[in-house]
Write a protein that binds this ligand. Structure first.
Ligand code: ADP
Ligand code: MG
Length: 327
C-alpha cells in the first residue's frame, strides 16, 4: 500500500547516510566478512554496497524487496503503533520506493546469480540473470528522484558524504572482524582489513578516530557481575580537533544513554578534575536478556534491566583505569 510505503520511506530514508546504514546492516546480518561501499556525489547519484555474505536465493528476491509488517497499516492508529517500534523488515522496500534500486545476489549452492530491479513506487520488480560472486550487491541510484520535496532538504555533497563517513565509522568500530572499504567519486577514502588482534584493532581505531586519539588513550578492560567493559578512553593530553569523539557500544550497537554518559563524565571529573567532554570508544557486553535494545531502533536508545549496576560498573572501571595513569 502506498501510504505505508511513503511513511516508512520517510522514517527510514532521511538522507543518503540512512540508506548506507541499512544496506551495511543487511550485509553484516548476512555474515559478510567484507563490505565495500561506493558513493557518488554524496550518495545522491549512487550508493553501492557490495558484500561477501550468504546471498539471497533467486526465489527470495521479490520477498526481500516487499514490505511485510506495515502492509497491514490501514489507519493512523496502526501507524502510530508501528512508528513507535520503528520499521523492521522494511528498509529495502522503503529505499526502493524513493530511488532506482537494483539488487544482485548469489548464494553458495548455485553458479547463477540473479538481479532484481525496481524503480520508484511502482513495485514491478524485474528479475534477470546476472554474474556475481557469492554475496550481494545493492545499487541505489538517484535517491529521491521521485520526491523532489525530500531532495530539496539534502545538504551539500560534502555534508551528505560526511554523514555517510560517520555512519560507516560507527559500523566499522562495532565490527572489528569485518573488512570495510569506502570510496567517494572513485577515490579511496577508507580501507580497513579485518582486525583480529589487539594491534590490528588499535590500528583501526587510529584510522577511524585519528592516531592522536589512540596515542593518548588508556586501554580499558574489566569484567564483573556478568558485565564486561573494554575499549579506549582519552587522557587530557588528547586535544580534539574534530567534534565529539564519544562512541559507546552495547553488544555491538552504538547507543546514546544518559546513565552511561553520566557514569563516564563522573569518572573523568573525579579523577582528572576535567570538565571538558571526554573522548572515548567503549564497548559494554552483557547478557542480551539484561538489556532492551528495541526501545527505538533508529534512535539508539537502550533500557538496562539494572541501570544502577551498569552505571556503577562503568564508573568504577573508568575511575580505576584513569586513576592508575594519573600524572
Ligand atoms: P530486514 O533487514 O529488517 O529483514 P530489509 O528490508 O533490510 O529488512 O531486508 C529484507 C530482507 O532481505 C532481509 O531480511 C534479508 O533476508 C534480505 N537481504 C537484504 N540485504 C541482504 C544482503 N546484503 N545479503 C543477504 N540478504 C539480504
Ligand atoms: Mg535490514
Amino acid at each position: 500500500p502506498r501510504l505505508a510505503n511513503q511513511i516508512a520511506a520517510g522514517e527510514v530514508v532521511e538522507r543518503p547516510a540512512s540508506v548506507v546504514k541499512e544496506l551495511v546492516e543487511n550485509a553484516l546480518d548476512a555474515g559478510a566478512d567484507r563490505v565495500e561501499v561506493d558513493i557518488e556525489q554524496g550518495g545522491v547519484k549512487l550508493i553501492r554496497v557490495r558484500d561477501t555474505g550468504s546471498g539471497i536465493a533467486e526465489s527470495d528476491l521479490p520477498l526481500a524487496l516487499s514490505r511485510h509488517a506495515t502492509s497491514k497499516i490501514v489507519d493512523l492508529e496502526d501507524l502510530e503503533a508501528v512508528a513507535s517500534l520503528g520499521f523492521r523488515g522494511e528498509a529495502l522496500a522503503s529505499i526502493s520506493s524513493v530511488s532506482r534500486l537494483s539488487l544482485t545476489s548469489r548464494t553458495e549452492d548455485t553458479d547463477a546469480a540473479s538481479r532484481v530491479e525496481v524503480e520508484g513506487r511502482d513495485m514491478d520488480a524485474r528479475i534477470s540473470p546476472a554474474a556475481h560472486p557469492v554475496g550481494t550487491t545493492v545499487e541505489v541510484r538517484d535517491l529521491f528522484f521521485n520526491t523532489p520535496a525530500r531532495r530539496k532538504f539534502l545538504r551539500t555533497e560534502k555534508t551528505e558524504f560526511g554523514h555517510i563517513e560517520e555512519c560507516l565509522r560507527r559500523q566499522a568500530l562495532a565490527r572489528f572482524e569485518t573488512g570495510f572499504t569506502l570510496r567517494h567519486n572513485q577515490r579511496a577514502i577508507q580501507s580497513l582489513r579485518p582486525a583480529m588482534t589487539p594491534l590490528d584493532q588499535e590500528r583501526r581505531i587510529g584510522a577511524l578516530c585519528g592516531q592522536q586519539f589512540i596515542d593518548n588513550a588508556v586501554v580499558i578492560d574489566a569484567e564483573a557481575s556478568g558485565l564486561r567493559l573494554w575499549g579506549w578512553v582519552a587522557l587530557p593530553t588528547f586535544s580534539r580537533s574534530q567534534a565529539d569523539l564519544q562512541y559507546f557500544f552495547v553488544n555491538h550497537r552504538v547507543i546514546r544513554d544518559r546513565l552511561v554518559a553520566h557514569a563516564v563524565r563522573q569518572a573523568y571529573r573525579d579523577v582528572l578534575y576535567n570538565n571538558r567532554h571526554p573522548a572515548f570508544v567503549l564497548y559494554l557486553e552483557l547478557d542480551p536478556a539484561n538489556v532492551d535494545v528495541n526501545v527505538h531502533p533508529t534512535k539508539h536508545e537502550v533500557r538496562f534491566r539494572d541501570g544502577r549496576l551498569v552505571h556503577d560498573f562503568i564508573f568504577r572501571t573508568l575511575h580505576r583505569a584513569l586513576g592508575e595513569v594519573k600524572p
